[in-house]
Design a protein around this ligand. Structure first.
Ligand SMILES: Nc1ncnc2c1ncn2[C@@H]1O[C@H](COP(=O)(O)OP(=O)(O)OP(=O)(O)O)[C@@H](O)[C@H]1O
Ligand SMILES: O=P(O)(O)OC[C@H]1O[C@H](OP(=O)(O)OP(=O)(O)O)[C@H](O)[C@@H]1O
Ligand SMILES: [Mg+2]
Length: 312
């Protein structure tokens, strides 16, 4: 069983202790897609742009998780801010420029030689020619080699440094890291299907937990219901399904009594201080906060969708 990751810089162990029967290989992004296609790999983690460019609509590639929340970028067309492009701000205006003719087309350089031409064809641009380059595309317009580029943009810094701009209607594709699998492997090998299920569940549970914290506090009260009433009167304290409230037992004069209740809630990191203030305002004390690693909920809709895509 083989599983791959993008960003091949670290020399990590190829085994994952908790997932037996799994081998991890770090590969160049396009090779991940090619090897899924050829059957050398079963599952991959790679940018959606790479899946779209090198997968080219191949039915054997199934995107199992479409939003791993890193590697966010967009594939976008960019033109110089200067010269004949100074007043051009949309794809429509670019297409209408009188400069582009059959003999002298709009020259675009891109590493995306499938998605780039497909996009401009769909947009109906005539008189366009494409060339490819592997890196430093942004320099091509200033060098006079191309008029425009189609490349990945994230912060926009690279474009700014090169005096280039994006234009309205020029986004080819929005991308982020995705989990992709080979349909053939999923359909023919039960172990691949099982491990994909576990990886999907772990990823979803982890992403759900990102940015959430667990808050534990003690609160004096007459009963759990009375404490619950006070907590639920505050907007930031309702938790995922509602607060968990348990009695805190202590011994007084030889008798077991309950004066305090322990409260456990899950709150977004961003709302943490607001929640702490609200807790204090209703008598909460000894507030403990810890990070959450996973939140497992009921069966994920992505798993059901995958099964139905596989006809299972
Ligand atoms: N600036 C960026 N910000 C966020 N994500 C990015 C950015 N640039 C690229 N990515 C994402 O990372 C993936 C890998 O980027 P890139 O194509 O530069 O890979 P690489 O590791 O340099 O591979 P290669 O050696 O084949 O060029 C892209 O497919 C894209 O999904
Ligand atoms: O909008 P920004 O945040 O500036 O990011 C965009 C840049 O990031 C990518 O390059 P990368 O850094 O991967 O280098 P490469 O093109 O040499 O692979 C992309 O090709 C752009 O050059
Ligand atoms: Mg790169």
């Amino acid at each position: 069983m083989v599983f791959t990751e993008m960003f091949a810089s670290q020399n990590l162990d190829k085994k994952v202790e908790e997932l037996s029967n799994l081998e991890v290989w770090f590969q160049r992004p396009k090779d991940i897609v090619r090897k899924l296609w050829s059957g050398d790999l079963d599952i991959g983690i790679v940018g959606f742009d790479t899946v779209s460019e090198y997968g080219q609509g191949n039915e054997d590639l199934i995107v199992v998780h479409d939003a791993l929340e890193y590697g966010a970028c967009r594939l976008s067309l960019a033109i110089p801010k200067y010269g004949i492009f100074e007043s051009i701000n949309s794809l429509h205006e670019l297409a209408e420029m009188p400069q582009w003719t059959k003999e002298r087309p709009l020259r675009i350089v891109t590493g995306f030689s499938h998605l780039g031409p497909k996009f401009l064809k769909e947009k109906g641009l005539e008189h366009v020619s494409f060339s490819t380059a592997d890196g430093a595309l942004e320099a091509a317009p200033a060098m006079g080699i191309a008029d425009a580029i189609i490349d990945l943009v994230s912060s926009g810094m690279t474009l700014r440094e090169n005096d280039l701009k994006e234009i309205e209607g020029g986004v080819v594709l929005e991308s982020q890291a995705v989990l992709v699998a080979s349909r053939r492997s999923l359909n023919t090998r039960q172990d691949v299907l099982e491990i994909t299920h576990e990886i999907l569940e772990r990823l979803e549970a982890h992403l759900r937990a990102t940015g959430q914290v667990t808050v534990v506090a003690n609160m004096r009260g007459k009963s759990a219901e009375e404490v619950a009433e006070r907590i639920l009167s505050q907007t930031s304290l309702s938790g995922l399904q509602g607060p968990t409230i348990s009695p805190v037992y202590c011994k007084r004069d030889g008798k077991i009594v309950v004066d305090y209740y322990a409260l456990v809630i899950c709150v977004p990191q961003k709302a943490l201080y607001k929640s702490v203030k609200q807790l204090r305002s209703i008598g909460g004390s000894g507030v403990l906060v810890s990070d959450l690693t996973y939140i497992f909920e009921e069966e994920t809709p992505r798993w059901r969708k995958l099964l139905s895509q596989l006809g299972l």
